[in-house]
Structures are given as C-alpha cells and as structure tokens.
Design a protein around this ligand. Structure first.
Ligand SMILES: NC(=O)c1ccc[n+]([C@@H]2O[C@H](COP(=O)([O-])OP(=O)(O)OC[C@H]3O[C@@H](n4cnc5c(N)ncnc54)[C@H](O)[C@@H]3O)[C@@H](O)[C@H]2O)c1
Length: 308
C-alpha cells in the first residue's frame, strides 16, 4: 500500500492516478481538506474500474489510515503567499513535515518516505531528522524532474528521443541545481560533444527555469511531471528494481560532503536508497557542485532550530 499525504492536492492526486494506471499498488490519499481526498479517491476508484484495475483507493482525513504502508509520499504543504518570505514558508512547511513525520513514526515506521514538498531539500532534511530513520529510508524527490527536463530540452535541440539521453543533474533543486552536460550521455557520447557551448548554455538555462516557466504560462506549478517521477520512484522501491535514479539524499561523506541533502544518482530498491553513486566530476564541475551544496547549506541554516 502507498499513502500520499497531501493527496487531495494537484501533485498528490495526479500521483494517485499514475500509481493506479501503472498498477503499482493500492493507494491511500490523506489530506487535511474536508471531503476532498474522499472525492478524489472516488473519482480515481471510478477510473480504476474503467481501466479494469482491481487496485483499491481510499481518501481520508486521518493519518491513522497510512498504517501498513510500504511507501509514504509527502506532497503536503502550502505555496508561498503574496508578501510571505521564503523563510516564513520554510517554517510553515517544516511544521507540516514534522507533523507528518510524527504520524509516520506512529503508524508506518518502516515505510520508505518520498518527500516532494518545497523547498524539497530542506523538507527532506526535516523529515530525516524528525524520523531519526536511516538515510536510506528518507528520499527527496526532484532529480526525476530536473534530469528529465534536461533530456527534454536536449532532445529538442538534437532531434532525438529524450529516452536515449542519460541526464545528470546534481545538487540543489531549484535555481541552484547543477546540470552536468559532460556526463549526460547519448549512446556513450557526452552532450557537451554533440552541442555547441551556446546550445549547452541554452538547455541548462531552460532546465533551471523550467518550473518558473510552467507557472508563468498556466498560473500554478507542475503536477504531471513530478507525479510521473514520484510514481517511477515508488515503482522502483515496490518492485525492488535496483534502478539508478537521481534523487535527493543525505550525503554522509560522499563527494567529501556530510549532513547535507543533495541530488545525486542512487540505486533504488526495496530497502530505499541501496547505494549512493559518486559521479567522476572534473575540477570545474566539482566547484559548480560545491556552489550548489553551499546553497543547500544556507537553506538548511535558515531552518528554525527545532527542525534541525
Ligand atoms: N520538489 C519538486 O520538484 C516539486 C514539484 C512540484 C511541486 N512541489 C511542491 O509540492 C507541494 C505540493 O504541490 P501541489 O501543487 O500539489 O500543491 P497543492 O496546494 O495542490 O497541494 C498541497 C496539499 O497539501 C495539503 N496539506 C497541507 N497541510 C497538510 C497536512 N498537514 N496534512 C495533509 N495534507 C496537508 C493541502 O490541503 C493540499 O491539498 C508544494 O510545496 C510544491 O511547491 C515540488
């Protein structure tokens, strides 16, 4: 069983739909909004019936209903309101993470936890600290959004399928992410050899600003792409795929970094993060990666002390 906390929200409900469409598992949608998770679950139940799936889906306002979950996906939180600072939002969503973590501790202490809520690096850290779980159990989302965006823009320039690109994006989610074109391969050939410097600069810029572009065009943030990424991560864990995926983990010495969350390639399987992979960065890339790590550190430093 997979629980989505924040399940009545845009990413949460879409993730519920994709989990059912790909027959990953039964789904529980938990949200604080009255009736909404139940309404989403009813519609999704009708969808499951339409596609001939016997998977169950329920909506709930009670954290108790996550009991027995193998995976808990956290998409719960609030967007930034006009006049609100990033620090204020950080504190508000950290409080939500603490509350959800306490529920996980009580009802699904063995669950692998996937964290999407923004700012996702800091929220992953809060859940990790609050759960006092091994780092293999708490996995931040975002790599499977940022990396496919790099593939998308590169594929458009090269006129090839995005599926034939193995993209590498490291570090922090958001404007301080660090795409690495030299290690992003098409049939073993680096993107940096297939494109001019200007083309590379352009796809990197578009990847970094992709989230903002979606909001600018339609007025609210991405749901389809993150829901797809979350579904693939849940599938890798549930089906013990031992698949290499870019995800945010707490680094414990890898890349010479300790106690900081960063996007890096990992192997995902039934135990969560089963291995953290260290990509071979050159000196210049290492500097870029460390700049991104510094930005994560600054974000973690601005967390209220009770969440560190
Ligand atoms: N990391 C990423 O790549 C990425 C991508 C997209 C969105 N996001 C973030 O994910 C979060 C969700 O986005 P969305 O578009 O689905 O927002 P949304 O507002 O549509 O959904 C959030 C849901 O969380 C619920 N919620 C709030 N507090 C709760 C609690 N304590 N328990 C249970 N539910 C609670 C709300 O009622 C709401 O239904 C936001 O923080 C957004 O910024 C991150």
């Amino acid at each position: 069983m997979i629980t989505v906390v924040g399940g009545a929200g845009k990413v949460g409900a879409t993730t519920g739909a994709f989990l059912l469409m790909r027959d990953v598992d039964d789904v529980v949608l938990i949200d604080i909004l009255k009736d909404k998770p139940q309404g989403e679950a009813l519609d999704l139940g009708h969808m499951a019936s339409a596609i001939g799936s016997s998977r169950k889906v329920i909506g709930s306002n009670d954290y108790k209903d996550m009991a027995g979950s193998d995976i808990v996906i956290i998409t719960a939180g609030f967007p930034r309101k006009a006049g609100q600072t990033r620090e204020e939002l950080l504190a508000i969503n950290a409080k939500v993470m603490a509350e959800v973590s306490d529920a996980i501790k009580e009802y699904a202490p063995k669950a692998k936890v996937l964290v999407l809520t923004n700012p996702s690096d800091a929220m992953t850290y809060v859940v990790y600290k609050r759960l006092k779980a091994p780092r293999s159990q708490v996995i931040g989302f975002s790599g499977l959004l940022d990396a496919p965006r790099l593939s998308y823009y590169a594929s458009q320039k090269l006129g090839i399928s995005p599926a034939s690109i193995l993209p590498i994006v490291l570090g922090m989610h958001g404007e301080n992410m660090f795409p690495v074109p030299r290690l992003s391969m098409v049939g073993g050939v680096p993107l940096s050899e297939l494109m001019t410097k200007d083309q590379i600069d352009d796809i990197v810029k578009k990847t970094v600003s992709a989230g903002a572009e979606v909001i600018k065009l339609r007025g609210y943030s991405s749901n389809w792409a993150p829901a797809a990424g979350l579904t693939l991560m849940a599938e890798a864990i549930k089906n013990d795929q031992k698949r290499a995926i870019i995800a945010s983990v707490i680094l414990q010495g890898e890349y010479g970094v300790n106690d900081v969350v960063a996007e890096v390639p990992v192997i995902l399987g039934k135990n969560g993060v089963e291995k953290v992979l260290e990509v071979p960065l050159n000196d210049e890339e290492r500097q870029g990666f460390m700049k991104s790590i510094d930005a994560v550190r600054a974000l973690l430093n601005s967390l209220p002390p009770e969440y560190k």
